[in-house]
Design a protein. Structure first.
Length: 197
């Protein structure tokens, strides 16, 4: 199954999740990752999404998706009701970071958080020498049409976890070719963290 997964962040997250787990995907979009997990890992999965068109695509795939804004919390889910809560490529788009992460860790035993690293060398160079907001494969939007509200780096997120006393169980850093092992805050385009309380 993993050889059929096109996106490198989806492959990493797929490999992190145990077969048969209970998974909640916050900001699941059109459900591509959730669909992979349900079909390939036999997870009991549910998504939360705000965009109606994306929800329709999820339903066509046979996925269970709840229409909600994750910024308002997850009041309908009991404590520790999921093994994993996924926030992949959605953290930088939320308004209430503290609420969203606290709720993810309330309803889930572990949270898997993936985000673009805004401190990547290519993005720094575009801003420094080009004088323009960066556009890259991990940040494909122009400044005027970006859904991103937060511009965080790997270092920012690690510091945030330390301040909140969240435990980082694992972290993987990626570029277009795969894992980045040296100076990830400078060379990684994407980061994926597994955290818990």
């Amino acid at each position: 199954m993993t050889q059929l997964i096109k996106r490198v962040d989806h492959k990493i997250i797929y490999d992190l999740i145990d077969d048969g787990s209970k998974v909640l995907d916050l900001g699941c979009g059109t459900g591509d990752l959730l669909d992979l997990l349900v079909k390939g890992k036999g997870v009991k999965g549910q998504g939360v999404e705000l965009n109606n068109d994306a929800i329709h695509v999820c339903v066509e795939k046979g996925l269970s998706v709840f229409h909600s804004d994750i910024d308002s919390g997850l009041p309908y889910y009991p404590d520790q009701s999921f093994d994993y809560v996924i926030l992949n490529q959605s953290l930088q788009e939320v308004k209430k970071i503290d609420t969203v992460i606290a709720e993810a860790l309330r309803v889930g035993k572990k949270a898997i958080i993936g985000f673009p690293n805004f401190a990547h060398l290519h993005d720094r160079l575009q801003l420094c020498f080009g004088g323009r907001a960066p556009v890259s494969s991990s940040l494909p939007y122009e400044w005027h049409s970006t859904p991103n509200l937060r511009f965080l780096s790997i270092k920012d997120f690690r510091n945030y976890c330390a301040r909140k006393s969240y435990k980082v169980l694992a972290a993987q850093y990626l570029d277009d070719q795969g894992p980045v092992r040296v100076l990830p805050n400078l060379f990684a385009q994407l980061a994926i963290f597994v955290i818990t309380k």
